[in-house]
Design a protein around this ligand. Structure first.
Ligand SMILES: C[S@@+](CC[C@H](N)C(=O)[O-])C[C@H]1O[C@@H](n2cnc3c(N)ncnc32)[C@H](O)[C@@H]1O
Length: 234
């Protein structure tokens, strides 16, 4: 992921920081980093543990991206939102909330899953997958997956108030994952990327998404055994 360098003196936000991997990298580049996530107890402990080991000064809030506001957390010069948008129930709303905490001239690097441009890329659409199989089986019910096309990302960021967008498209070649999904009929959302800024930048990379139609042996946790899968994309 291309992150800006340097970030000295800049107020930086990492949304959906998880274990703080990118937050620490942003701090290393000089940013005053505030991290946000909806961690469960264990994930939060893991995040705190890593910060302690690194002697980090990163501050953090347990906050839903849908609830971001300048009143709640202030405003920022650089925002990273990696691997979160596709988890959100209201992705356009989430983008508006992210935009609301950005200073004029600030940049958002938005990494997200997107649909394959050559196949699905003609329409500004977003596909909704109510529960990534892997996430749901691990009781992570935030695993909702919304996979956008690049035109949707451009339209949505413009609609959310971003003035300029740059798309960085990186094809995903997670062959093992794709092949496993195909052979076992056990689909999984893959992760790819996208970037946007208040003067916006967009950096999407695609992912292969596969859902089979029809009964299957290993049924989806959200479905009754033997029920057909409700949709097919690919
Ligand atoms: C796939 S991880 C990405 C972690 C990190 N940003 C990275 O790229 O390595 C998704 C993270 O987003 C968080 N998350 C999911 N939905 C969220 C929401 N609505 N608001 C804030 N964080 C959320 C999850 O708790 C999880 O830590």
């Amino acid at each position: 992921m291309r992150l800006p360098e340097p970030l000295a003196g800049k107020r930086v936000r990492d949304i959906g920081t998880w274990d703080g991997y990118f937050a620490l990298e942003l701090e290393r580049r000089g940013g005053q980093v505030h991290a946000v996530d909806l961690w469960d107890k264990e994930a939060r402990a893991q995040f705190e543990y890593v910060l302690n080991i690194k002697g980090s000064k990163i501050t953090a809030s347990h906050l839903d991206v849908h609830d971001l506001s300048p009143e709640a957390i202030g405003t920022f010069d650089f925002v990273l939102c990696a691997g979160v948008l596709y988890h959100t129930r209201y992705p356009l709303r989430a983008l508006e909330r992210v935009r609301s905490v950005m200073n004029p001239g600030a940049t958002l690097v938005l990494e997200t899953v997107c649909m394959i441009p050559a196949v699905h890329g003609s329409f500004p659409s977003i596909a909704f997958f109510p529960g990534d199989q892997e996430a749901v089986s691990q009781n992570q019910h935030w695993g909702i997956s919304g996979a956008a096309t690049i035109p949707w990302l451009l339209a949505a960021t413009a609609s959310a108030g971003f003035s300029r967008s740059e798309v960085v498209y990186r094809p995903s070649f997670v062959w093992a994952k794709k092949l496993t999904a195909l052979l076992t009929n056990q689909p999984r959302g893959g992760v790819s990327s996208c970037t946007v800024s208040r003067e916006a930048v967009i950096r999407p990379a695609p992912t292969f998404l596969f859902r089979a139609l029809g009964p299957n042996a290993g049924h989806h946790p959200l479905e009754a055994p033997g029920e057909p899968r409700p949709y097919r994309i690919c």
